[in-house]
Design a protein around this ligand. Structure first.
Ligand SMILES: Nc1ncnc2c1ncn2[C@@H]1O[C@H](COP(=O)(O)OP(=O)(O)OP(=O)(O)O)[C@@H](O)[C@H]1O
Ligand SMILES: [Mg+2]
Length: 226
């Protein structure tokens, strides 16, 4: 089977999944090869322990917000290289020009962000918003965030199945496991994010295939992609 051009899915792989991240990548590669050869999965690494180093440095030393921002972006690269170096080796890429029809690629965001430095240089922006930025840049209005919880848990301990980004902007406490800037970015760019627990492969596949599963969908009003 030949690849259908432009058939791709953007997945942010959170640092919280560092222990299983490379296993998840292998699983995703097998899924594409066995079930949907037309698909390309573009992975955006989270920050994980690498960004904690930058946070600690910026708490203890004088580092400007600009410098901390770029150091934090490069922390995503470190996690990206780590993820790429599992049982299966995957090349990392820095632009869409390097996406070559292979089942799965890890996209490192520094060059894309340098070319369009539109995100605020604050700790409100982390790899969640950066993944949304990359998805938007390449024309995808939805991305999947894989993390170590089932989605956003409300104050009563229940999973929020669907929430509007607009509502999250209004109620700070509803942000849960996404970074502070993400809801605003989704709203402004009419995008959606599906938060899925990466420890459950069946849920990841359901999200990729657009099927119902246990997750939180952050929708922006007026989007018709769901
Ligand atoms: N209301 C909430 N709902 C869900 N998770 C929450 C909530 N509040 C805090 N969390 C925490 O958010 C964590 C997930 O976010 P975290 O930023 O740690 O992971 P990640 O985004 O996968 O990783 P990274 O930011 O390194 O890429 C969960 O493990 C959970 O403890
Ligand atoms: Mg996070």
């Amino acid at each position: 089977m030949t690849k259908r051009e432009g058939d791709r899915v953007i997945i942010k792989l959170g640092g919280s999944l560092i222990e299983r991240g490379r296993e998840i990548i292998r699983f995703l590669r097998d899924y594409v090869e066995e079930k949907d050869k037309a698909l390309t999965i573009i992975l955006i690494p989270g920050g994980g322990p690498f960004v904690e180093v930058v946070r600690n440095l910026s708490a203890n030393f004088s580092i400007s917000e600009d410098t901390a921002h770029w150091m934090a972006v490069l922390a995503m690269h470190q996690y990206g290289f780590f993820l790429a170096n599992g049982e299966i080796r995957i090349p990392v890429v820095e632009s869409m020009n390097e996406i070559d029809g292979e089942p799965i690629r890890i996209l490192l965001p520094y060059e894309m962000l340098k070319a369009d430095d539109c995100l605020p240089h604050t700790w409100d922006v982390t790899s969640d918003t950066i993944a949304a930025f990359v998805a938007n840049k390449i024309g995808e209005k939805t991305f999947i965030k894989l993390t170590d919880v089932d989605g956003i848990i409300d104050e009563k301990g229940h999973l929020i199945k669907e929430i509007y980004a607009e509502e999250m902007v209004e109620f700070e406490e509803k942000k849960g496991c996404v970074d502070t800037e993400l809801p605003r970015f989704l709203m402004q760019n009419k995008m959606n994010c599906i938060i899925v627990n990466g420890n459950f492969p069946d849920r990841i596949i359901a999200a990729i295939e657009g099927k119902e599963t246990r997750c939180t969908k952050i929708l922006s009003m007026h989007t018709k992609t769901f």
